[in-house]
Design a binder for this molecule. Structure first.
Ligand code: PMM
Length: 265
């Protein structure tokens, strides 16, 4: 699953037309690099991010989805578009424009996905993006996340959702230690029997793990590597995930991640 964020901080020139054109070009590159799914999102869910209105979110993503939907690989069904949203109205509009999966970081849109007859990714999050990194505490993060997701997936199938994936929500209300435990024990999620998706790509804990060794490095370092210098760490985590049976890896570095999947998946 290749990440296509259509937010002002991703294509920052302030012009909506150029933003859309840049996003479509990146979407086509994601397809050319071998992704099976293009994940289009119009709201940043990074820690501390301020929410945008549903109208603004839709205005960012819908024209991009409409254009990508007529790409030959998408039209032929070999590549799918997912909409990364927490908002029902955006999901409905995105599916009308050509998306066939709702990637839902709130894990609350299963009835919407059921009504639309599309796939649904249920992601675990503690709190919301503004507050989620305020000292999250778990007794047993792996078991708690698994139990939450299995419950949501069961409810979704009962509501009629045709395809469900569960996603531990790396970085969403978790410390670096929680994130590492969830990746290390991702086989516990796979063993639940539900198809698993995961998003580790370029996340902060990888920056901390690969932080500059001349300044301490390691987990908790003050000098994490910047997001665009986390490709190797991201691909290593993706490879680990594929080897342990994860079906979908959400990635920014699509070409490298697709190659990892081909040799390890
Ligand atoms: N992470 C982000 C956004 N959407 N969706 C799923 N299913 N899983 C994730 O881990 C996930 C997501 C945040 O990452 P970004 O800001 O780098 O896009």
């Amino acid at each position: 699953m290749g990440v296509l964020n259509v937010t002002p901080d991703s294509f920052s020139d302030g012009s909506r037309f150029l933003d859309h054109a840049s996003a479509v070009a990146r979407g086509r590159a994601i397809i050319a690099e071998g992704a099976c799914i293009v994940d289009v999102g119009g709201e940043s869910t990074r820690p501390g991010a301020v929410p945008v209105s549903e109208d603004e979110e839709a205005a960012r993503v819908i024209p991009v989805i409409e254009t990508l939907a007529i790409d030959s690989a998408v039209a032929a069904g070999s590549v799918r578009i997912s909409i990364d949203t927490r908002h029902a109205a955006v999901a409905v509009a995105a599916v009308a424009a050509g998306a066939t999966i709702v990637n839902d970081v709130s894990a609350g849109l299963h009835e919407v996905a059921a009504d639309l007859g599309v796939g649904w990714v249920a992601m675990h999050m503690r709190g919301d993006p503004r507050t989620m990194q305020d000292e999250p505490v778990y007794d047993d993060v792996v078991a708690e996340v698994r139990d939450f997701l299995v419950d949501r997936a069961t409810a979704a199938v009962a509501a009629g959702v045709p395809e469900v994936w569960i996603d531990p929500g790396i970085g969403f209300g978790k410390t670096a230690a929680h994130n590492l435990a969830l990746v290390r024990h991702v086989d516990v999620l796979v063993a639940s029997g539900w198809p698993v998706a995961i998003g580790v790509s370029r996340k902060r804990f990888l920056g901390e793990l690969t932080g500059r060794s001349d300044q301490g490095g390691g987990e908790g370092t003050d000098t994490p590597t910047p997001p665009d210098d986390r490709a190797e760490a991201s691909v290593a985590m993706a490879t680990w995930s594929f080897v342990h049976g994860v079906q979908i890896v959400r990635a920014h570095d699509v070409r490298a991640t697709v190659r990892a999947a081909r040799v390890a998946g």
